[in-house]
Design a protein around this ligand. Structure first.
Ligand SMILES: [Zn+2]
Length: 263
């Protein structure tokens, strides 16, 4: 009979390592640990991460919150600045408002992701943190909720304090510009231009999935005519008329190709 020995069960070798200890601690902390990393470990500016953290905790100064603590009086309008139909709570203004729902739907369509709207900002960040992505794709994916939440709040402030009207198209574009600026300012070696991300996000996403930060400029080869084209993609569809063969087809890309240039 062999003598009893000490074994570290969090590591398949039975030996203790700092990395396995760290992983074990993380697993004991549960999903909150992942959400905390989702909020703080991305390339958004610090003030945006701080905002995301407050949103996660449900501690934004919405109209209903300000009324509850007596800063706004009983007669004040605490309706949602976008739909005017519901009291403005954190979850309504950032998730449930029909106007905001359209924005989230648009964003997820870029990634080809289907989802059921989570019931809170916390649920949203948990769902986001558990999505599996490739490494480069993840750099951009992680900053998306921060860009959307922050842009919604800035647009809400614009509507309340500057008399702006809710504008979905502008808001979508601002979200994309913020994503592009923040990713480009990150340590990742990004070669996409801001225009690539704003006007050609689906192809940028396609290139990220292929593990490249810079394939946009080299174009994609059409499966019908075998010519490499630079594409500008706007919405849904995956083919367009080809002068020589009939239809251009680009595998992995969906969207109406509104501009086609030979690369
Ligand atoms: Zn609303």
């Amino acid at each position: 009979m062999s003598p009893d020995i000490w074994m570290w069960r969090a590591n398949s070798s039975g030996m203790y390592t700092v990395a396995s200890g760290y992983r074990k601690c993380e697993s004991l902390l549960g999903p909150d640990r992942k959400v905390t990393r989702e909020v703080w470990n991305n390339c958004a500016p610090p003030k945006v991460k701080f905002f995301g953290w407050l949103a996660w905790l449900g501690k934004l100064k919405t109209s209903s919150y300000l009324q509850r603590i007596g800063i706004l009086d009983e007669a004040a309008n605490v309706s949602c600045a976008f739909c005017q139909n519901e009291v403005e709570s954190v979850n309504h203004i950032l998730l449930f408002c029909p106007f905001v729902w359209l924005l989230w739907s648009q964003i997820l369509k870029w990634w080809g992701v289907q989802w059921v709207m989570p019931n809170s900002v916390e649920g949203l960040l948990q769902w986001w943190s558990f999505c599996k992505m490739k490494k480069l794709e993840k750099v951009m994916w992680k900053v998306v909720p921060m860009a959307v939440l922050w842009s919604i709040w800035k647009h809400r402030n614009d509507c309340i304090f500057n008399g702006a009207q809710p504008n979905l198209e502008d808001l979508c574009e601002v979200v994309k510009v913020r994503i592009a600026l923040w990713v480009k300012s990150s340590p990742a070696k990004v070669e996409f231009s801001i225009n690539d991300v704003v006007f050609n996000l689906q192809q940028v996403h396609y290139c990220l999935r292929q593990g490249s930060w810079s394939a946009v400029d080299s174009g994609l080869k059409c499966a019908s005519c075998s010519v490499v084209h630079l594409l500008v993609i706007r919405s849904d569809a995956s083919e367009m008329e080809c002068c020589s063969v009939g239809v251009h087809r680009f595998s992995g890309v969906s969207g109406v190709v509104v501009l086609l240039l030979d690369a």
